[in-house]
Design a binder for this molecule. Structure first.
Ligand code: ATP
Length: 333
């Protein structure tokens, strides 16, 4: 029996969470869900977006399936996503982006894994004004965190039989911060002579990614570049509805799709549940349930390849739950 915290979140979160939980509950794995909520939708009731019961549940269960959370606009609210990653020291954000047969896209054969440093960079939240017209943001990079994330990337690459790790950076301009990240990456890369190591300045890396995405393998980079690169790569494989993600630390893991709360789709039951279902497969991998994770992935890919019971972003007319129900049919075949 696994005790897992579920945070439905905001916008399309509750809809895609319903789909993912329905699929997981039909995989014949015993999961005891603790459903708690955070984000804009709980502010009115609880007075703040990250109630204690959420933190308590994560501390107890240490494995979380999470929907997107909107940070309420206003100077009193910091990003809850960033807060959770920092509080539970979830230093590695892992986002596998693959071309799924059946999805209409100009590209095929994409199979990259973005590994993003998740606790530092420009996400420290340290910003201040020195006068009415001047604002500063602090970009923090430490050797310890940089080596830790690059080490994670190489270990990941080895474990998943990957060939190459590419470090994206902007050390030509940010000589101290990205310079330190790059220096740390080189240091770690020397310990893995059997894996190819490559460096690219992030803007050039974006251009090359758009021209030849199938040439990339495992990517490692500071926080903000990872955020931007994730959405860009999602676009290359057919959209944000398809890309899963995991936030991993030593003592806890929060599994969440790359997409946000997509307010334009909220309440329509048309959001694609694939990203959160594939995120659930990453969670199963983490729990050691590799076979179940594979069954789940195969079922999702078959539904997408058939192209009938898919959501409007994949040019179908299925509802979020309708697509999830179709996945369950293939699980049971
Ligand atoms: P955030 O700032 O919270 O990360 P964002 O501005 O990146 O959010 P998203 O909410 O991630 O925006 O979504 C951008 C667009 O992608 C949405 O408006 C929606 O059209 C599309 N999208 C996102 N998720 C899905 C999904 N699960 N299914 C279908 N389309 C989606």
């Amino acid at each position: 029996m696994y005790n897992i915290t579920a945070i439905p979140g905001d916008g399309i979160g509750p809809e895609v969470m319903e789909g993912a939980m329905y699929v997981l509950d039909n995989l014949r794995i015993k999961i005891k869900w603790d459903i708690v909520n955070a984000g804009a939708s709980v502010v009115q009731e609880k007075g703040r977006p990250l109630p204690d019961e959420v933190l308590q549940s994560i501390t107890t269960n240490r494995v979380v399936l999470k929907g997107p959370i909107t940070t309420p606009v206003g100077k009193d609210f910091r990003s809850i996503n960033v807060e959770l990653r920092k509080r539970f020291k979830l230093y590695a954000n892992v986002r596998p982006v693959i071309s799924i047969p059946g999805v209409k896209s100009r590209y095929s054969g994409i199979d990259v894994v973005i590994i993003r440093e998740n606790t530092q960079g420009l996400y420290t939240g340290i910003e201040y004004k020195t006068d009415r017209d001047t604002a500063h943001a602090l970009k923090l990079i430490t050797r310890e965190a940089s080596e830790r994330i690059v080490q994670f990337a190489f270990v990941y690459a080895k474990k998943h039989h990957r060939k190459r790790v590419t470090c994206f950076h902007k050390a030509n301009i940010m000589k101290l911060t990205d310079g330190l990240f790059l220096e740390s990456a080189r240091q770690v890369a020397r310990r893995y002579p059997d894996l190819e190591y490559q460096e690219l300045i992030v803007d050039n890396g974006c251009m090359q990614m758009v021209i030849n995405p199938e040439k990339f393998d495992v990517l490692v980079m500071p926080n903000l570049y990872g955020d931007i690169m994730s959405d860009m790569c999602a676009g290359l494989v057919g959209g944000l509805g398809l890309v899963p993600g995991a936030n991993i630390g030593k003592d806890a893991a929060i599994f969440e799709a790359v997409h946000g709360s997509a307010p334009d789709l909220a309440g329509r039951n048309t959001a694609n549940p694939t990203a959160l279902i594939l995120t659930s497969a990453l969670m199963l991998d983490y729990l050691g349930e590799k076979d179940k994770a594979e069954i789940l992935r195969k079922a999702v890919f078959r539904v997408i390849k058939e192209g009938i019971y898919v959501t409007p972003d994949l040019l179908g007319s299925a509802s979020t739950l309708g697509m999830a129900e179709e996945v369950v049919k293939y699980i049971n075949l």
